[in-house]
Design a protein around this ligand. Structure first.
Ligand code: NHF
Length: 471
């Protein structure tokens, strides 16, 4: 079985969020499970591009409305990712330093998808399954089904994975002329609530629809930013498969990015050494429990609550805990956190930006991870935290509900709360402090969580089973 993943992100080539981690890991594990898995993505102008060599495997051209673009498909030569990586280079459109956020994103990703299909149309080597990820690749199932140019490819099964239904890529009907190669009477398949909606088109046209945790799929049936009616209509082909993590990149015993590596047997000692390093760098008190938040500082993740949570917790538990935050996003939240530094003195610090090595050090050195997410389709951070013996405090939503139990329940290990509110999070922090004080219980929980298996092995097989059911 041969699978081609089509995605806007793939770690380590280009990553904005969890989508990049998934597409950088899943194909490796699918290969280990006996399938052939490849990835095709845009060729952005990134550091990765500079450092690697490529061979051109295809050259073509496409019309985007009235504009003609040349494109090349490159194959990365060293194959160091553990799978074949193809990149679509469209000079003047895709060769941007960043992934998203450009005024012509609609045009950029439409051109990317058309280039992928034009290439596949002429390639001898066609996959059995095209696995699309999120709305940036959502036009592919539509074009494969209805694009008259692509009749050679119609037999290829398509799967769309929804990583976050908040983003659907809608654009106006005035841009219909940008979409090539289909009869206008099929345009109803593109429509949802009066706009062209690539995610809706994918849900309508893909052979299977899935999302990244079973509970998030249940939530989507109830409310999916306007797509719930459609998802319910397509219920028969919808499923949820829990993401895994790359347990080779995220391995506390071998992680090159953390100062003191620790094995599964020696949680406490290794944790202490990492925490001391981290607290030294960020001028925090290493004798206190350390709570961290890692990720995008946006409303979906509940990051706007952080300044208040920190202020209130430090007031309620003076001199009893530290906070450290890593991330970037909403400018106002960034500014409020930087301001909070002034009143929280030695008990709080923040690093605004993206810093991969620091994120590893924080999982390794922290005692608790905060995830007050309003929306969390799967969440990978809680899984990284578990692997590094850091206890997650999570809102019971999406994949967080599927992966974190509460230490108050028999056999439970994390801390769960109901609402993305300061009150709920602060209450959870109070419970965390109690747990921290019960030294033996806390240490046992750490040992337990480090041994949970969240690798991709299981999910990779579930995806292969899903593809097999399509034959
Ligand atoms: O884990 C990868 C990620 C999810 O919850 C995460 C999210 C975006 O919001 O599937 O995609």
């Amino acid at each position: 079985m041969e699978i081609l993943h089509v995605s806007a992100e793939c770690y380590p080539v280009a990553k904005v969020g969890g989508l990049g981690d998934v597409v950088g890991a899943l194909p490796k594990y699918q290969q280990s499970a006996g399938a052939i898995a490849k990835v095709v993505m845009p060729a952005y102008n990134t550091a990765f591009r500079e450092k690697h060599s490529y061979e051109i495997v295809h050259q073509g051209g496409l019309w985007l409305g009235h504009d003609w673009y040349h494109f090349n498909v490159w194959k990365e030569s060293t194959n160091e990712l553990g799978f074949d990586l193809y990149q679509v280079d469209i000079p003047g459109l895709l060769d941007t330093p960043g992934v998203y956020g450009y005024p012509n994103d609609t045009e950029r990703f439409l051109a990317f998808q058309v280039a992928v299909l034009d290439w596949l149309n002429e390639w001898q080597h066609q996959p059995d399954v095209i696995h699309c990820h999120d709305h940036h690749t959502g036009m592919i199932p539509f074009l494969l089904r209805f694009g008259y140019k692509y009749s050679r490819l119609k037999h290829i099964a398509t799967v769309i994975t929804i990583h976050n239904a908040q983003y659907q890529g809608q654009f106006g009907w005035d841009k219909l002329y940008l979409i090539p190669s289909f009869d206008l009477w099929k345009s109803g398949m593109l429509d949802w609530n009066g706009a062209i909606n690539p995610l809706a088109a994918a849900i309508k046209c893909a052979w299977k629809v899935n999302t990244v945790s079973p509970n998030y799929m249940e939530e989507l049936f109830r409310s999916a930013n306007g797509l719930e009616g459609l998802l319910n209509a397509e219920r028969g082909k919808a499923t949820g498969i829990l993401n895994g993590i790359d347990d080779k990149v995220w391995d506390p015993a071998t992680d090159e990015m953390i100062p003191a590596k620790y094995g599964l047997k020696d949680v406490t000692k290794g944790k202490k050494a990492n925490k001391e390093q981290l607290c030294k760098t960020f001028e925090l008190d290493p004798s206190l429990p350390l709570f961290v938040f890692i990720g995008r500082l946006v409303g979906d993740k509940g990051a706007d609550l952080l300044p208040e949570i920190i202020g209130r917790s430090l007031y309620e538990h003076p001199g009893e805990l530290n906070f450290l935050i890593l991330g970037s996003g909403d400018a106002h939240t960034e500014w409020r956190l930087q301001q909070a530094r002034q009143y929280a003195g030695e008990h709080f610090n923040v690093f605004i930006g993206y810093n991969e090595a620091l994120s590893h050090q924080m999982y390794a050195g922290a005692d608790f991870l905060l995830m007050p997410s309003r929306v969390e389709p799967c969440g990978l951070n809680q899984l990284y935290a578990l692997r590094y013996g850091t206890v997650p405090l999570v809102r019971v939503t999406g994949g967080l509900k599927d992966t974190v139990t509460d230490f108050g329940d028999p056999g439970g290990f994390g801390i769960r709360f109901l609402h993305a509110s300061t009150g709920d999070v602060c209450h959870a922090i109070g419970r965390a402090l109690e747990l921290y004080r019960s030294k033996v219980k806390f240490s046992n929980i750490r040992k337990t969580i480090m041994q949970l298996d969240h690798s991709w092995d299981k999910a990779a097989q579930s995806y292969i089973d899903l593809y097999t059911s399509l034959k």
